[in-house]
Write a protein that binds this ligand. Structure first.
Ligand SMILES: [Zn+2]
Length: 397
């Protein structure tokens, strides 16, 4: 589908009021004054990803770039029996509804919660086709909206812009944002640059234009480098800000041999600068607020470049950052709360999220999640309710 046709159709059919996109279940859930939002969560089942995805999750930082001896050391020293069991349970679930139910029963911080499930699309980054197509996943999530208070986010990959048929990026977008027979539709989109593209990718430009105009929130992975593309040595086409401050096109040859360094390059929040210069009203959540390593670095050295970049970008009216995943590590949320208390931008723009079930193999999630919630105290109102509502709806309801 050609981008101009896409834009024309999207502008004509999608409402610019986010409240038109919420389901009856979400409306009902919002009537409870204590309802909170898990702004970053995943409920995809084994048919939506690959077995390699589960293996990577199980083995944590087991990276193919490491030497064999280092890998063996790492495996021998693993002591993660409990987390393994938790992941095996997810692998046994037959559909996304079961995964969501498992989350709500075992990991959600309270009963009155609105969950924001983000899709994952490894088709292009991993040269892999999931058993369940993106189109079928979209349909399943819309059906789930009928019974559960969720606001689904569509995974977008610019490499699908030139695909023919149902797997075309723009077709998938329109599919997601077209109401089904029960009037259920998607709420936002997810961008995952570490899978091998720039946030300013030329094909995403058209998507952002629609998202800004229609107040569709975007979330970007902006944290750890575990899930990434293993491809290297190709041209990236996007946009950049030149020395005069103008937005010009960018052709960048990607040549970073080390996989983690390559992922760190893609995850760097600085790439969002040009996107926000072009689309200053875009609703953007920089997911994971830089990630655990950067918060630990801040704790250790007193400064961190990625976190500083995110703080700077949050000066844009609609830019937020969620602290999901990081809550699995106590040292990282200790320093987060310290910054939260001393920084008005963080207080107004940071959001709570779990990153379940990705986070289950990251550390002692259950224990540290409970500690995080306890430490939140009166901060809960902003982190878990007001800031998410401002990001999602542009108002506190
Ligand atoms: Zn995530």
């Amino acid at each position: 589908m050609n981008p101009e046709d896409f834009k024309q159709q999207a502008m004509a059919t999608i409402s610019d009021n986010p409240l038109d996109r919420i389901s009856a279940k979400v409306t009902q859930m919002m009537t409870h004054p204590d309802t909170v939002f898990d702004i970053h969560c995943h409920i995809f089942d084994k048919y939506c990803v690959t077995k390699n995805y589960f293996l990577l999750r199980l083995l944590g930082k087991l990276d193919p770039d490491k030497k064999l001896d280092d890998l063996l050391d790492h495996i021998i020293n693993l002591k993660k029996d409990n987390e393994f069991d938790e992941l095996f349970e997810i692998m046994q679930k037959e559909n996304m509804g079961q995964v969501l139910e498992h989350y709500l029963q075992n990991f959600a911080c309270q009963q009155n919660i609105i969950t924001i499930p983000l899709m994952m699309d490894l088709d292009e980054g991993w040269y892999f086709k999931a058993d369940k197509s993106q189109k079928d996943q979209i349909k399943e999530l819309k059906e789930l909206m009928q019974n559960k208070a969720i606001l689904p986010f569509l995974s977008v990959d610019p490499r699908k812009a030139q695909k023919q048929g149902n797997n075309n990026l723009y077709k998938l977008f329109l599919e997601a944002f077209t109401p089904d027979a029960n009037n259920n539709q998607f709420f936002g989109i997810k961008v995952y640059p570490a899978l091998g593209y720039l946030p300013s990718d030329i094909w995403l430009w058209h998507i952002y234009e629609v998202c800004e105009a229609k107040k569709i929130p975007v979330v970007a992975h902006c944290g750890g480098s575990l899930i990434k593309s293993y491809q290297n040595g190709y041209d990236l086409y996007g946009y950049q800000i030149d020395d005069n401050g103008d937005i010009v096109s960018l052709r960048h040859y990607l040549n970073i041999q080390n996989g983690n360094k390559r992922a760190a390059f893609f995850n760097d929040p600085k790439h969002w600068e040009v996107v926000l210069k072009q689309f200053p009203k875009l609703k953007l959540n920089l997911g994971h607020f830089g990630g655990i390593d950067h918060w630990l670095n801040l704790a250790k050295t007193g400064r961190d470049q990625n976190i500083e970049t995110i703080n700077r970008l949050m000066a844009y009216e609609n830019v937020y950052a969620d602290f999901s995943y990081n809550i699995a590590v106590k040292e990282s949320f200790d320093v987060f709360f310290e910054n939260y208390d001393n920084n008005i931008t963080i207080r107004n723009k940071a959001m709570y999220g779990t990153d379940c079930w990705m986070v289950l193999a990251a550390g002692d999630f259950k224990k540290n999640h409970a500690k995080f919630i306890q430490r939140c105290g009166p901060r809960k109102e902003k982190l878990m309710r007001e800031n998410p509502m401002m990001y999602l709806f542009g108002q506190i309801i």
